[in-house]
Design a protein around this ligand. Structure first.
Ligand SMILES: [Fe+2]
Length: 331
């Protein structure tokens, strides 16, 4: 309730000008730092900000003035109490700034980026992710969020059972049409890749035209603090059915079905029914929460509890990202 936060008076040195909810979340906190620098502001109000993220899983702070990627990195490090993480074992193209701050995924503006928890295809991921809006898009270009617990709860039992029993195999081929292995693994040295794979339970195979990896991970994760079961994977995003039919057909006829840049199967190598993946996409779509970006908006997410994605957009759009607090599957 907004009044609770007002009477808490925990955000000292600022006025809580307004507190509103877009759908249920993210909680939008409008602040007026009154000339206070952003880093000083978040230091002063750190406990409250952390509490709001813990309670809600998603918080949008509006009204800070963050002028550079460096300042953004410092603000995130302070809020998350953790150094920012390198974006290793990459899935998408990004530009890197100093201090492990990156641009949001640089896919063309006419492509929707499906909802996903960052690095949920991997056995390690950031527990926290933060986004800063440098340049708001003119038309659309939202970063929708959706609740991983809600997705799990809404999925038909038959689908949950299949995935929970069999897990997910992510197969990637690092060939010309997608990210090369040197970019994914951030090295030119094959032995670095092999060491990374061995340390992260990834099978690898060097091929004439590049590299293939296979990795099996659970479809569901349990949140350590809330104990909730969360739908936490990227089966729908890596699966060939994520591509437009024409693109998929062209790729298959060019490189062959086994050499697609990315694809998913059940952990035993059997096919995941397209209908199951469509149901997952449909529920993500119907549970998406959108808000309009304002310049300098700071979106803070529990990366396990909330997915993010991207709508198509027109005009310039610049959102930068930082990730923190490493977590991973224990098995
Ligand atoms: Fe992402």
């Amino acid at each position: 309730m907004p009044s609770e936060i007002m009477t808490d008076n925990l955000l000292e040195n600022t006025q809580v000008a307004d507190l509103e909810k877009a759908g249920d979340l993210p909680l939008i906190l409008n602040v007026e730092p009154n000339g206070m620098r952003s880093l000083a502001f978040v230091k002063k109000n750190k406990a409250t900000i952390q509490r709001l993220i813990d309670e809600n899983g998603a918080l949008l702070i509006r009204g800070l003035k963050i002028h550079s990627s460096k300042e953004f990195g410092n603000v995130l490090t302070e809020i998350f109490d953790s150094p920012l993480l390198k974006y290793t074992y990459r899935s998408t193209p990004r530009t890197e700034f100093r201090g492990n701050v990156y641009t949001a995924t640089e896919y063309p503006d006419n492509q929707v980026i499906p909802q996903h928890n960052e690095n949920a295809y991997s056995n390690s991921w950031p527990d926290r992710i933060g986004f800063l809006c440098f340049i708001p898009p003119v038309v659309d270009g939202e970063t929708p969020i959706s609740c991983s617990k809600t997705l799990y709860e809404k999925l038909p039992q038959e689908i949950k059972t299949a995935f929970e029993e069999k897990h997910i195999m992510y197969v990637r081929n690092y060939i010309d049409v997608d990210l090369p292995w040197t970019e994914v693994f951030q090295t030119e040295d094959r032995s670095d890749v092999e060491t990374y794979c061995q340390n992260n339970k990834i099978e690898f195979e060097w091929l004439d035209n590049g590299l293939r990896t296979r990795q099996i991970n659970p479809a569901v994760a349990v949140h350590k603090k809330t104990n909730d079961k969360l739908w936490f994977n990227q089966a729908h995003l890596f699966h060939v059915s994520n591509l437009e039919e024409e693109v998929a057909n062209t790729l298959i006829s060019t490189v062959g079905i086994d050499n697609l840049p990315r694809n998913t199967f059940y952990g035993d190598g059997s096919a995941i029914p397209d209908a199951y993946l469509q149901t997952i996409r449909d529920i993500y779509e119907e549970t998406k929460i959108k808000f309009k970006w304002h310049k300098s908006d700071l979106l803070l997410l529990d990366n396990m509890r909330f997915t993010h994605g991207r709508e198509t957009f027109e005009g310039d759009r610049k959102i930068i990202v930082g990730m923190a607090c490493p977590n991973g599957h224990t098995q």
